[in-house]
Design a protein around this ligand. Structure first.
Ligand code: AMP
Ligand code: MG
Length: 469
């Protein structure tokens, strides 16, 4: 197998990472392989045995220079001075067939110096969840890390009970996080901070000419990203600054979920006691995260005191960017591609109805698209009036094509992800594969995949999610 590695992170000062190889897997098996993504990355050849050895962690591929990256981060608002790749290894980078630099990373590959108390492993559950949800997210058109491979290790991982271990191979525009900057700023290693800044600008935003501009670029991407999440009813669940990328891709599918019954204040994560990362809070939290990035970059400015108002301006502008991106996103879901100020009211009243009558988020917008919402949501009093307002607004437009591209039929529903995981624990990956097929064609109505379009019955509903490391 040939992977056209072209590694650059490893050329940064070695205090920013630790070279490390994966722990061996006793009897690895390749359970999922993303052919299309492999081709895009320029990966050629490779027998199943080779892929299994490389992506299960038993063999360093030619040209790979595995390392664990250093970072820190605010976890639920509290600064943790050292996190880092505690269960992941960057194998290296490739420049893909579109000319984009991509990281290839193993996740669940064993201990590193950043593992703290952890075992560096992953069980099959989070591996499958990330595989399905990240591929579904990509198909929805949302910037995200991707899944290249899943390999079961044949070893047991001990959580609340013994579970089968697995390794996920994740592909990202990069794994540079807000926390990658924070750790260097906090340690007052301004030489390393400068090196990371230069590297990030060159890799992601070559047009940026100052740290303030870098923050502005990242903020614009993140504002757009979070609006898209909200437009699909997605809750990330753990928007810590170490899970927030400079590239603007979604990263770290832990206790995440797409909402079924809509609730504006919905929280899934078992550890999010105060709703810090609830559905609606995401719009504010992303601004807070960008403020932390700005803080970390202040020392790079020629006159830090003078720079603070410049950064503040970027951050306060971001609040408007998020609101604007949100409005644009939801207007499109109603078939309006050039919204007016007054459309906000139309959007809000539909969301209020959905919230009040526990309507399924995805199915509501899909029914609106197909003209069946009045039949779908008979119980929602007030809906008829809302539909009349909406019809008046969109009458002169041609809303359907716009709506078809943003109101999916299928999203990766959590109760289905759980089913796929349960089967996988028993060694059966067929549900996982069917689900990947279904969620990667989210906008097409395909009878073959109808089961994945159905909202959970009350008893099937997943109400709590876990970090599940
Ligand atoms: P996450 O919840 O995935 O954002 O991870 C937060 C931090 O905990 C990161 O530094 C991870 O590398 C680390 N971590 C999570 N799970 C494990 C594990 N099983 N072993 C070692 N470190 C872990
Ligand atoms: Mg993380």
């Amino acid at each position: 197998m040939q992977i056209p590695f072209d590694n650059t992170y490893v050329k940064l000062p070695d205090e920013m990472y630790h070279r490390q190889i994966a722990e061996a897997a006793s009897s690895p098996e390749l359970v999922a392989w993303n052919d299309a993504l492999a081709a895009e990355l320029g990966i050629q050849g490779g027998t199943e045995a080779e892929k299994t050895a490389v992506f299960g962690g038993n063999q360093v591929p030619e040209g790979g220079e595995p390392l664990a990256q250093l970072y820190a981060g605010h976890q639920f608002g509290h600064y943790n001075p050292q996190l880092g790749d505690g269960r992941a290894l960057l194998l290296g980078e490739v420049v893909d067939t579109h000319g984009r630099r991509r990281d290839i990373q193993l996740k669940g590959s064993g201990r590193t110096p950043f593992s703290r108390g952890g075992d560096g492993r992953a069980w099959v559950g989070p591996v499958i969840r990330e595989y399905i949800v990240s591929e579904g997210m990509h198909a929805l058109g949302v910037p995200t890390t991707r899944a290249l491979a899943a390999v079961t290790t044949g070893d047991l991982v001990y959580r609340e009970r013994a579970l089968p271990g697995a390794v996920l191979t994740r592909v990202a525009a990069s794994h540079i996080r807000v926390g990658t900057f924070q750790v260097l700023a906090e340690r007052q290693r301004y030489d390393l901070l400068e090196a990371l800044y230069e590297y990030t600008v060159q890799r992601h935003y070559p047009e940026a000419t100052s740290p303030v501009e870098l923050v502005a670029h990242v903020a614009a991407k993140q504002a757009e990203l979070v609006a898209q999440w909200m437009g699909y009813g997605f809750i990330h669940g753990v928007m810590n600054t170490d899970n927030c990328t400079l590239s603007g891709e979604t990263i770290d599918y832990g206790p995440c979920a797409f909402q079924d019954r809509f609730d504006l204040a919905k929280v899934f994560s078992s550890i999010d006691h105060h709703g810090r990362y609830s559905y609606s809070s995401q719009a504010n939290i992303i601004v807070w995260n960008m403020a932390q990035l700005a803080n970390a970059l202040v020392p790079l400015m020629p006159s830090p005191e003078a720079a603070v108002p410049e950064f503040q301006q970027v951050i306060s502008h971001m609040q408007r960017q998020v609101a604007h991106a949100w409005q644009l996103c939801f207007a499109r879901k109603l078939g309006i591609s050039d919204p007016e100020e007054t459309d906000a009211g139309l959007i809000e009243s539909l969301l209020q109805l959905m919230h009040r009558f526990d309507l399924d988020f995805t199915n509501t917008f899909h029914a609106l698209t197909t003209g069946t919402l009045d039949a779908y949501a008979k119980q929602a009093s007030g809906l008829t009036d809302w539909l009349r307002r909406w019809e008046t607004r969109v009458a002169p437009l041609n809303p359907e094509p716009v709506m078809r591209g943003v109101n999916p039929w299928i999203i990766p529903r959590n109760h289905q992800v759980e089913r796929a995981i349960q089967a996988a624990v028993d060694g059966d990956f067929t549900i996982m594969h069917r689900m990947v097929d279904a969620v990667t064609q989210p906008f097409d109505v395909n009878e073959r995949f109808r089961e994945f379009s159905i909202a959970p019955e009350p008893g099937e509903e997943v109400t709590v999610t876990f970090c599940g490391t």
